[in-house]
Design a protein around this ligand. Structure first.
Ligand code: GDP
Length: 386
């Protein structure tokens, strides 16, 4: 599929295949939504539009922890228990290392050999390339494909470093953090703010010699969390112990995950997802803008000069962008010019008068036009209109 363009009939066949829960169709559909080629994006939009009508209401859970904390072993164990209980389980991965190196750590299928052989489970390695924003888009859309194929539990695995957790937390209902019984790890977790986004925490590898240690670490962590959540939040993340390897107490962890979702309630969950959708849209706008600006010949031409000017202090780096949630009118551009902002970012096409005025004043104007198409105007030239 990577070379050939995707016709209407192909999309219709994919939709039918996904709805019929055919694995190859699910794989192909996910490959399509991961692609950044403009014609593939168009076909992906068509596909997602069709599929969204039949998507099931899946439980979306993010699972994070540092490498070696036992994520894949835990997911193998949890996934197998869930399929045995009649669920269909999809596993996706967001791996920031793959976005840099092109090699995927989390995508290594051999790690979950039992679950990958399970007919009621589907494991997808992380998309191999792209920005975190691009990977987030691909993952969010892959989730929709899985839900349309009747996977009622979707687990999104990510490595416990940096921005990837925040990204994953922004696409799931409940965020589970796996940690180990080592004080250093716990303090680091608190420092990085991971514990603030975790809804459920499990001290993993609570087996053999480590069991007692794990229990006391869980207690200590629960104490620390009570301080973090002293403000009277209604949900204080519970801290449990479990052993992914032995499959012990994995069901307890899952129970707390579903408790958290119940705690959100139907309205709460709907509100959370709507908020996520909005945030996701903005992430797309930022990502798309960033990409287009980086690749635009116009920007390339002036980039070195601007960089030098900022570094030498000639140009203040405080110039702001005005973000407009609707159409950019002539009046908005007038105000922006008067306020001296550097540019305007909007979610729909500007009026032609607005474009003229922005050009006249050398104002950068970027608008997201229909779905993910983006037009960027700067000065007197149209920089991009893919
Ligand atoms: P990941 O990098 O977070 O996905 O971690 P893995 O699941 O690959 O596990 C890393 C190592 O820890 C492997 O050698 C596992 O066998 C081991 N391991 C994973 N879970 C457990 C557990 O619950 N108990 C013990 N004792 N070892 C575990």
């Amino acid at each position: 599929m990577s070379k050939a363009s995707v016709s209407r009939t192909d999309v219709a066949a994919l939709v039918a295949g996904v709805r019929d829960r055919k694995r190859y169709a699910v794989s192909q559909a996910i490959t399509l939504v991961e692609s950044s080629r403009p014609d593939h994006r168009a076909a992906a939009r068509e596909l997602l539009l069709e599929l969204s009508e039949s998507a099931c209401d899946a439980v979306r859970v993010g699972i994070s922890g540092v490498p070696g904390s036992g994520k894949s072993t835990f997911i193998e164990s949890l996934g197998t228990q869930l399929t045995a209980a009649g669920h269909r389980v999809g596993v996706l991965a967001v791996d920031p290392s793959s976005t840099r190196t092109g090699g995927s750590v989390l995508g290594d299928k051999t790690r979950m050999s039992r679950l990958s052989a399970d007919p009621n489970a589907y494991i997808r390695p992380s998309p191999a390339a792209g920005t975190l924003g691009g990977v987030a888009r691909a993952t969010t859309q892959a989730m929709l494909v899985l839900e349309a194929a009747g996977y009622d539990v979707v687990l999104v695995e990510t490595v416990g470093v940096g921005q990837s957790e925040v990204t994953v937390a922004g696409m799931v209902d409940t965020f589970l953090f796996l940690t180990l019984a080592r004080t250093g790890d716990q303090l680091q977790g608190i420092k990085k703010g991971i514990l603030e986004i975790a809804d459920v925490i499990a001290v993993n590898k609570a087996d053999g010699d480590r069991e007692i240690e794990a229990r006391s670490a869980a207690k200590e962590l629960a104490g620390a969390l009570r301080l973090v959540y002293a403000g009277g939040e209604s949900w204080v993340p519970p801290v449990l112990t479990c052993s992914g390897l032995e499959g012990r107490d994995v069901d307890h962890v899952w129970k707390r995950v579903t408790d958290h979702r119940e705690h959100l309630g139907t309205d709460g969950l709907a509100a959370k997802r709507a908020e996520q959708q909005l945030e996701f849209t903005w992430a797309l706008v930022r990502d798309e803008l960033d990409q287009r600006l980086r690749h635009s010949p116009g920007v390339r031409r002036i980039r070195a000069d601007v960089r030098d000017a900022v570094l030498s202090g000639e140009l203040p780096a405080t110039d702001r962008l005005l973000v407009v949630s609707g159409r950019v009118s002539f009046e908005i551009v007038q105000k922006a010019v008067a306020a001296g902002v550097a540019g305007i970012v909007a979610v729909s096409a500007p009026s032609s008068l607005a474009v003229d005025l922005a050009r006249e004043h050398g104002l950068l104007l970027a608008a997201l036009v229909r779905d993910e198409r983006m037009n960027v105007y700067a000065g007197d030239e149209l920089l991009g209109d893919a």
